[in-house]
Design a protein around this ligand. Structure first.
Ligand SMILES: Nc1nc2c(c(=O)[nH]1)N[C@H]1C(S)=C(S)[C@@H](COP(=O)(O)OP(=O)(O)OC[C@H]3O[C@@H](n4cnc5c(=O)[nH]c(N)nc54)[C@H](O)[C@@H]3O)O[C@H]1N2
Ligand SMILES: Nc1nc2c(c(=O)[nH]1)N[C@H]1C(S)=C(S)[C@@H](COP(=O)(O)OP(=O)(O)OC[C@H]3O[C@@H](n4cnc5c(=O)[nH]c(N)nc54)[C@H](O)[C@@H]3O)O[C@H]1N2
Ligand code: SF4
Ligand SMILES: [Mo]
Length: 723
C-alpha cells in the first residue's frame, strides 16, 4: 500500500547500504511513523554511472532493515544468569574499557584484538584502525575483506604496484569487443551491472567462466558469448593455457610488453608446459575452446585492431588457496595483450562489499596504514605517526590475517578480548565450528551491530550502532569512486554513531583527544593521513564531494579533478613497469578422495546478503529464499536416489551440514553448490576448509571435497545435528 507523502518530504541523496556497486538512492521521509516512532523512508533509484537509476531487490527493500523488530536500541550486557540485558551507555562503555585494560594487563598490548568489516564507511574504518594502533597499541586488527578481496589486492600490488579495484569507470566496458569474466555471478550479485555488458554481448564477446550455469553465464546465450564450465578450482590452469596460446601463436602486444613490462622470458618458461591439450586433461575445457578464447581476447585487443578487451575477476577464482596465483595469471594475460593502464581496455577484480575498497585502503588490514601505506615501511610509519601525534616507534608492527587472528583468540598467548565491528564471523568465516570455540574462550567479546547477529548473540557486551541511512560518511566503490553517504533519519532509541563510541572508549582508555565524533572532521584527518600515499584522498572533503559530486582517488589536492583511469602514464613500481610473474598451480588444498568424491562450491543468491544478518530480516527477501539448500545435478540425484526437496547430509573434513536438495541441470554432475547466507545446520561454513593462500591469507571458500548422502540412508547411523 502506498503511504501518503509528508507535505514537505525530505529527500536525501545517498547510496545503497549493501554491495560495492553503491547504486544511488533517494530516501524520502514518509508521513507515517514506523514501529520505532520515527518516519518510515521510501527508497528510489537515482541516476548514477554504476546503476543508471536501477536498483536490485535488496536495494529497494533496504529501508526495512532500519525497523527490524529485533533492532537493538540500547547497550546490552550479559548478566550473571547469562542473559543479554539492556544497560546504560556509561555502564557498557566502562565495562568494555575495564575489560580491555584487564586483557592487556594479562596478555600485553596484543591482549585485545579488533575485527572490522568492509561495510564500514571510510571514516569508521580509519577511526577503528587508529583506535587499535594508538589507543590499544595492538597490532591485531584485520577484517572480513581478508575473506573477500585479499587475493586480488595482493596480486595487483605485486604485479602493478597498485590496487584500485577497477582502474577504470564501469561505463568504459561499453566500448569493448570482449569481456572475460572469471568466477563472478554479477547478474545475481550486482544486477544493475548487467547494463554495462549490453554492447559487448551484442558483439558476441562476453566470456563467463563458472562451473555453474548461473544467471551471468546465461547472458552468453544466443550468440552473446561463451560459457566455460571448468572443473572447480582449475581456473589457474585455464589461464596458464590461455597465456601459453598467446605466446605460442605470437598474439601479444610486442611494443607494450617491451615498453611497459618486465619478466617476459620467465613467464614464457613458466607457461611452456601448459599447452592446451594438457590443460584440457585438468580443467575439462577442450583445447580447441581454449585456443578460440585466446584468439577472441587477442583480436579484441587494440594492438590487433580490436576496440578493447577486459579481464575481470570475482570471488569464484579469488577465494582459493591459490587465489593470488590465479589473479596474477589473469593480470599476466591482460599485460601480454596490452590491456592494463591503457584507454579502452582493462583488468581488475569486482570488489564485493559496499566499502571493501576503502576498508583496505584506510587501516582495517593487518599490514596497512591509511592511504594504502605499509605498516612495515619506515617512511610510511613516520608520516602516519606525525598525523596521529605519536612517536613512530610507538606504532605496532603488522598483525596477522583474519583467519589466523580468529585462531589465536583465547589461546594462552593470544588475545583475551575481541571487538567486532561489521562482520558476522560465526556464519561467514570458514570452518565456523572452530571459530565458535575460539570466541567462547575469550574473556570479553564486544560486538557493535544494529541487530542481534549470530556473533552478537555470543557477546558479553553489544553496543547498538547507527546504520547507513542514519549516518554521515563516505564510501569508495568498486571503481575507486568516493561517494557520500548521508543521514536521512534520526537515531532510534539509544543507538549511537560508531565514531562517538570510539571517542568515548578512547577517552576512557586515556586518549581524550584525536577521535572526533563528526564524520567530516574524521574525513579531514583521513585525507591528511593519506596525503602522498598510494590511495591519496588529500584533495577531498565532505564539503567538496557535496559540491562537486563523487570523485575517484587519487585526488592529491583541492584543485585536482580526481583520477577515473589510473596507471595510464606508468605503473607505481620502482621502475615504472608492470611485472609479468610466472605462477605454478597446486590445485585446491582439499582435493577429491574416496570418502569425499564431490566438489562443494559456495556462493551467493540475489535475494540474500552475506551472513544474512540484514537481508534475513527483510520479510520479502526471507520469503523468497527462506532456507539453505544444495544444488544437485539430475545425474547425481539419480545416483543418490533422491528427488528435489529431499533432505541431504553433507560431510567434509571439517564437519557436517544438512539442507534440502535443489535438483537442477545448471551445475556439473561432479559438483554441488550451497549458498553461505544461512546459520544453523544448513550453514555452508560448517563444511568449508580453513586452508589459506600463503600470500594473501584468503581461505579456500570456493572448493571443498564433500560427501553427500540422502538423509534416510543415514538413519540409525551417526547422523547428528551439526549445530
Ligand atoms: N545478492 C548478493 N550480492 C552480493 C553479495 C551477497 O552476499 N549477496 N555480496 C557482495 C560481496 S561482499 C561480494 S564479495 C560479491 C561476490 O560476487 P560474486 O563473485 O559474483 O559471488 P559468488 O557467488 O561468491 O561467486 C561467484 C561465482 O563463483 C563461482 N565459482 C565457484 N567456484 C568456482 C571456481 O572454481 N571457478 C570459477 N570460475 N567459478 C567458481 C560460483 O559458482 C559463483 O557463481 O557480491 C557482492 N554482492
Ligand atoms: N562459504 C563462503 N563463505 C564466505 C564467502 C563465500 O563466498 N563462501 N564470502 C566471504 C566474503 S566475500 C565476505 S565479504 C564475507 C562477509 O560476511 P560477513 O563479514 O559476516 O558480512 P555481513 O553479513 O555483511 O556482516 C556484517 C555485520 O555487520 C553489521 N553491520 C552492517 N553495517 C555495519 C556498520 O556500519 N557497522 C557495524 N559495526 N556493523 C555493521 C551487519 O548487521 C552484520 O551483522 O563472507 C565471506 N564468507
Ligand atoms: S546492486 Fe548492490 S548497491 Fe545496487 S541495489 Fe543491489 S545491493 Fe544495492
Ligand atoms: Mo565479499
Amino acid at each position: 500500500m502506498a503511504l501518503p507523502l509528508h507535505v514537505d518530504p525530505v529527500a536525501v541523496e545517498t547510496h545503497c547500504p549493501y554491495c560495492a556497486l553503491q547504486c544511488a538512492q533517494t530516501l524520502t521521509s514518509l508521513d507515517a511513523p514506523g514501529p520505532d516512532g520515527l518516519p518510515l523512508l521510501s527508497v528510489e533509484g537515482r541516476e548514477f554511472p554504476t546503476n543508471r537509476g536501477g536498483l536490485c531487490r535488496k536495494g529497494w527493500t533496504s529501508a526495512e532493515v532500519l525497523t527490524a523488530p529485533d533492532r537493538i536500541t540500547a547497550p546490552l550486557l550479559r548478566d550473571p544468569a547469562g542473559e543479554l540485558v539492556p544497560t546504560t551507555w556509561d555502564t557498557a562503555l566502562d565495562r568494555v574499557a575495564a575489560g580491555f585494560r584487564r586483557a592487556q594487563e594479562r596478555r600485553g598490548r596484543d591482549g585485545v584484538a579488533v575485527f572490522g568489516g568492509g561495510g564500514l564507511t571510510n571514516e569508521k574504518a580509519y577511526a577503528l584502525g587508529k583506535f587499535t594502533r594508538v589507543v590499544l597499541g595492538s597490532r591485531l586488527i584485520d577484517y572480513n575483506g581478508r575473506f573477500c578481496m585479499s587475493a586480488a589486492a595482493t596480486a595487483l600490488n605485486r604485479s602493478l604496484g597498485l590496487d584500485r579495484g577497477l582502474p577504470f569507470p564501469l561505463q568504459d566496458l561499453a566500448g569493448a569487443d570482449c569481456v572475460l569474466l572469471l568466477g563472478s555471478n554479477l547478474a545475481a550479485t550486482m544486477p544493475p551491472f548487467v547494463q554495462h555488458l549490453e554492447q559487448v554481448r551484442s558483439r558476441g564477446g562476453l566470456v563467463v567462466m563458472d562451473p555453474r550455469e548461473t544467471a551471468t553465464a546465461a547472458l552468453t546465450a544466443e550468440g552473446a558469448g561463451v560459457h566455460l564450465a571448468p572443473v572447480p578450482g582449475t581456473d589457474l590452469v585455464v589461464l596458464l593455457a590461455l597465456v601459453h596460446v598467446v605466446l605460442a601463436e605470437d598474439l601479444l602486444d610486442h611494443a607494450y610488453v617491451a615498453e611497459r613490462t618486465t619478466g617476459l622470458e620467465d613467464l614464457r618458461a613458466g607457461v611452456a608446459a601448459w599447452w592446451p591439450e594438457r590443460a584440457e586433461g585438468v580443467c575439462g575445457i577442450s583445447a580447441q575452446r581454449i585456443r578460440e578464447i585466446a584468439r577472441l581476447l587477442a583480436d579484441a585487443s587494440p594492438s590487433r585492431g580490436g576496440r578493447g578487451a577486459y579481464v575481470l575477476t570475482g570471488r569464484g577464482v579469488e577465494q582459493s588457496s591459490q587465489g593470488t596465483a590465479t589473479v596474477t595469471a589473469a593480470i599476466d594475460l591482460a599485460l601480454l595483450l596490452g590491456l592494463v593502464g591503457t584507454h579502452g581496455s582493462g583488468c581488475g577484480p569486482l570488489t564485493g562489499q559496499g566499502n571493501g575498497q576503502g576498508g583496505r585502503e584506510h587501516g582495517l588490514k593487518a599490514d596497512q596504514l591509511p592511504g594504502y601505506r605499509r605498516i612495515s615501511d619506515p617512511a610510511d610509519r613516520a608520516h602516519v605517526a606525525a598525523v596521529w601525534g605519536i612517536d613512530p616507534a610507538a606504532l605496532p608492527g603488522p598483525g596477522v590475517p583474519a583467519l589466523e587472528l580468529l585462531g589465536m583468540l583465547g589461546t594462552p598467548d593470544g588475545p583475551a578480548a575481541l571487538l567486532v565491528a561489521g562482520s558476522n564471523v560465526v556464519v561467514s568465516a570458514p570452518h565456523v565450528t572452530a571459530v565458535r570455540e575460539r570466541l567462547a574462550a575469550l574473556d570479553l567479546l564486544v560486538v557493535l551491530d544494529t541487530v542481534p547477529s549470530g556473533t552478537a548473540q555470543l557477546a558479553d557486551v553489544v553496543l547498538p550502532i547507527l546504520q547507513w541511512a542514519e549516518e554521515e560518511g563516505t564510501m569508495t566503490n568498486l571503481e575507486g569512486r568516493v561517494i557520500r553517504r548521508r543521514r536521512a533519519r534520526e537515531a532510534p532509541g539509544e543507538a549511537r554513531d560508531e565514531l562517538w563510541i570510539l571517542q568515548q572508549l578512547a577517552a576512557r582508555l586515556g586518549h581524550p583527544d584525536g577521535f572526533p565524533a563528526e564524520a567530516s572532521a574524521m574525513f579531514d584527518e583521513l585525507a591528511r593521513a593519506s596525503a602522498g600515499g598510494r590511495a591519496d584522498y588529500a584533495g577531498l572533503s565532505h564539503e567538496r564531494l557535496d559540491r562537486e559530486g563523487p570523485m575517484h582517488w587519487p585526488c592529491p589536492d583541492a584543485d585536482h579533478p580526481g583520477t577515473p583511469r589510473v596507471m595510464l602514464d606508468g605503473f607505481p613500481t620502482p621502475d615504472g613497469r608492470a611485472r609479468l610473474i610466472p605462477v605454478v598451480p597446486h590445485g585446491p588444498a582439499d582435493d577429491l578422495r574416496p570418502d569425499a568424491p564431490l566438489y562443494l562450491v559456495t556462493g551467493r543468491l540475489l535475494e540474500q546478503y552475506q551472513s544474512g544478518a540484514q537481508t534475513r530480516r527483510v520479510p520479502s527477501l526471507l520469503a523468497a529464499r527462506p532456507t539453505s539448500f544444495v544444488e544437485v545435478h539430475p545425474l547425481l540425484a539419480d545416483r543418490l536416489g533422491i528427488e528435489d526437496g529431499d533432505e541431504l547430509q553433507l560431510r567434509t573434513l571439517r564437519g557436517e551440514a544438512r539442507a534440502p536438495a535443489h535438483v537442477t541441470g545448471t551445475i556439473r554432475p561432479d559438483t554441488v553448490f550451497m549458498p553461505f547466507h544461512y546459520s544453523g545446520s544448513g550453514s555452508a561454513n560448517l563444511l568449508t576448509s580453513d586452508a589459506t593462500d600463503p600470500l594473501s591469507g584468503m581461505p579456500d571458500f570456493k572448493v571443498t571435497a564433500v560427501d553427500v548422502i540422502a538423509v534416510d540412508a543415514t538413519a540409525g547411523s551417526d547422523a547428528r545435528d551439526a549445530v
